[in-house]
Design a protein. Structure first.
Ligand SMILES: Nc1nc2c(c(=O)[nH]1)N[C@H]1C(S)=C(S)[C@@H](COP(=O)(O)O)O[C@H]1N2
Ligand SMILES: [Mo]
Length: 223
């Protein structure tokens, strides 16, 4: 009896697998996971929210600095997105809550010649995204994941979420948005990763393939 019950439990929730059942939803070369792997360079930053700020500069009428309290008071939306990491894990239906970028930009006085944005984050992390890509409805400055404030390891207090690009574009611990006329490469992009990073076109690398072991992500910390 007991064994049968155990078996039934197992068959009810099969481990998610890459395959035909996902149709066009899983980008090529990706593996589905229900975990949430944790990936970053350097230490997890610690913050005092009373001194934390987000700077907006570059091609804007006037530079602006937002406090955490100001951002938190802005209208927020909920989204559900699929995310795809260049190390080959994908996660479906991730629930985020935060300020929609296309709403936020209305407050910024961005000059018409701005075409690219450099996202600045702690510690010394940068990643470049075309402004057009940030205007998608599900691109957020996210405070919450799954109804809870971001954990420190996933970007507390604020991260970018750009689900349609490989997840390294979704900078954790963001501190600045620099609007630019010309594109410039960020941290991973100068280190051989693709400047645009569309997972459905497998835009992983800019030159030669970088050999990332297929199972590397399974050895990372996750929650
Ligand atoms: N500030 C910062 N943001 C970052 C990174 C980083 O090293 N520093 N790593 C990126 C990479 S490579 C990935 S895959 C995702 C991972 O986010 P997660 O740890 O929440 O899964 O964060 C991105 N954002
Ligand atoms: Mo990554």
């Amino acid at each position: 009896m007991h064994n049968k019950a155990e078996r039934l439990k197992k068959t009810k929730s099969p481990a998610p697998k890459a395959g035909a059942e996902h149709g066009d939803r899983l980008p090529p070369g990706q593996v589905l996971t229900e975990k949430f792997p944790i990936l970053h360079e350097g230490e997890v930053p610690e913050y005092d929210l009373s001194t934390w700020d987000l700077k907006v500069f570059g091609e804007v009428e006037e530079e602006k600095v937002f406090s955490f309290a100001e951002l938190q008071a802005m209208p927020q939306v909920n989204t559900v997105s699929d995310i795809h990491c260049v190390t080959r894990w994908s996660k479906f239906d991730t629930p985020w809550e935060g300020i929609r970028f296309s709403d936020f930009i209305k407050l910024l006085g961005v000059k018409p010649e701005a075409k690219y944005v450099m996202i600045h984050a702690d510690h010394d992390y940068e990643t470049n995204v075309p402004l057009e890509e940030l205007m998608h409805d599900d691109v957020l400055l996210a405070f919450k994941f799954n109804g809870e404030p971001l954990t420190p390891k996933h970007g507390y207090p604020l991260r970018l979420v750009v689900p349609q690009l490989y997840f390294w574009k979704s900078a954790k611990w963001i501190r600045g948005l620099e609007f630019m006329k010309e594109d410039r490469n960020g941290f991973w992009e100068v280190n051989g990763f693709h400047h645009f990073a569309d997972p459905f076109k497998e835009q992983r690398f800019s030159g030669e393939d970088i050999p990332i072991p297929e199972d590397e992500w399974t050895k990372k910390e996750f929650d």
